[in-house]
Design a protein around this ligand. Sequence first.
Ligand code: NAI
Length: 480
Amino acid sequence: MDYKVADLSLAEFGRKELSLAEHEMPGLMEMRRRYAADQPLKGARIAGSLHMTIQTGVLIETLTALGADVRWATCNIFSTQDHAAAAVVVGPNGTVDNPQGTPVFAWKGETLAEYWDEAEKVFDFTDADGNKVGPNMLLDDGGDITLLVHKGVEFEKAGAVPGQDSTDNEEFKEVLRVLDRSLKADPQRWTNIANGIKGVTEETTTGVLRLYDRFKEGSLLFPAINVNDSVTKSKFDNKYGCRHSLIDGINRGTDVMIAGKTAVVCGYGDVGKGSAESLRGQGAKVVITEIDPICALQAAMDGYEVKRLESVVDHADIFITTTGNFDIIRVEHFERMKNQAIVGNIGHFDNEIDMAGLAKIPGIVKDEIKPQVHQWIFPDGKKVIVLSEGRLLNLGNATGHPSFVMSNSFTNQVLAQVELFTKTEDYPIGVYVLPKQLDEEVARLHLDALGVELTELKPEQAAYLGVPVEGPYKSDHYRY
Ligand code: NAI
């Protein structure tokens, strides 16, 4: 078995944490109980790219319990938990000397070049006869492996990969390097891979946005299930998950007292709502920035001040971006910040904060306090602390969302994989969300663990509302 992780000897620790997590992931464990005998994913070769955490370990082992063959990379250079990666490679029945689990290609602190080299490896399956084959399913978070396939096909059709000097984007230079190498080795590699893919299930807001864009422009190559917009994903993971893991990241990174400080949260979508509550819960004075009048009004009526960044940048203490947009905190903002202001991002990509611009300020010095915590020292001596180099701080400085909320997200992932793999013909190229019955089912699977007593609808009440007794209880346009 091929794999690349930091240290296999961490597997025993990882296994212990995996078994703790299993207890907190009732949805995933129910998927195993219900479907392991039927093996609905037998024959599925799933290429996965999603933060290689303990919770993801439980997801991977659920997919394999349902019959899938899986290869996995992370979707972020800082988010891997090395003990989780080791435990998944060793597997529940293997040993460090004889790993029998799932091939994982991830470690904490990859370079960008390593990241894209490892991402490519999830496509290299071997069939029962020892032949090299591609995956037939993708499971993506943020769309990076979906991008590799689409760009690969695009460049194969064009007959060449553009030179690395065609872009200023350091990350995209690596994509071009990897695709150039693969196209030279096999001019049909990505076309063959794309033809074999039944579909992709996408985890997050940013990846989903890329899929809808591709579908609109007519370039989407296979069907996709938008897992993010299951209610039991975005209204839970994005909100309650970030409410837990945002301050975890700030605390582990800086140990600064949050109470009494002024914290600015840029964006008041699902992630922003959880983040703002997280900081308010610590006693911070929270200020929101928004471009959408509906979200701005929500923030105001939730009791937050809503301001432009320019109005608060010189007196706030903590700045968190949650927009999924780019260019939110720029050089002109850094220049006006207080000494020892803390800046971090919890949106998917690192371009919410202009890190490249920060590095180019004449005379600025980047000083590492510890991995994923840097102070940037301006020529006049002022320091600004940046967490996780502008990448997802809840996964870079802490361990991401806790298991229980991820059980909701990942139960949707498993259902989406089974749906696309077993009912491929029902899904022509397009972007879909899971049916509401399944969404309600995911929630149902998590009620007992919290001691929830669900009230049962009487048949007359169901008739009065015009819904079936067994659900679904809401129309598709209901917003929760
Ligand atoms: P969303 O679309 O619900 O919220 C984003 C909000 O930012 C919107 O309300 C939008 O109006 C606002 N916004 C956009 N441009 C802005 C600007 N220039 N200034 C101020 N506000 C602006 O998206 P969601 O689900 O909250 O996700 C946000 C990001 O977080 C995405 O990149 C997503 O992939 C990522 N994410 C990260 C997680 C984590 O664990 N760190 C978990 C889930 C999602």
